[in-house]
Write a protein that binds this ligand. Structure first.
Ligand SMILES: [Zn+2]
Length: 135
């Protein structure tokens, strides 16, 4: 069984809100911290920013053993977003063997799965097509 994301996580899952340290520029996602892990200033002041819409794959794995709601294989990637911040996301709209480290991807908000009649919305990333402007 999968627990759908909570409403209080909506700003992080559907708008990619993150927090940027006003002292050093470190971007924290998804948690809002009291102390910046980079400059260690306490208490740190963070401004709210929006990640993306694009980034590059830092690393990835292909998951073959997953809950029944998912159809493996599913590529999962750590993405360094343009403007800072790292996210963990499923990669869609390409085959697992097409994924490369450094590949440019963009956020894609969509329904991830349905559970007990609920449509669970969140984000994935998909490859940027050549010549396509950011959305
Ligand atoms: Zn900082």
């Amino acid at each position: 069984m999968i627990t759908p994301p909570l409403w209080r996580d909506y700003r992080q899952n559907n708008r990619m809100e993150a927090y940027k340290c006003k002292n050093c520029g470190y971007v924290s996602y998804p948690e809002k911290r009291k102390v910046c892990p980079k400059c260690k200033k306490a208490p740190s002041e963070f401004e709210t920013i929006t990640l993306g819409p694009r980034g590059k794959i830092l690393t990835y794995t292909i998951a073959y053993t997953l809950p029944a709601e998912f159809e493996p294989p599913i590529p999962l990637a750590i993405v360094e977003m343009d403007g800072g911040g790292r996210i963990y996301a499923m990669v869609s709209e390409c085959k697992p063997d097409q994924i490369k480290i450094g590949m440019e991807v963009e956020l894609d908000y969509r329904e991830i799965f349905q559970e007990d009649g609920y449509h669970v919305q969140s984000f994935k990333v998909k490859p940027v097509k050549k010549g396509e402007e950011p959305k």
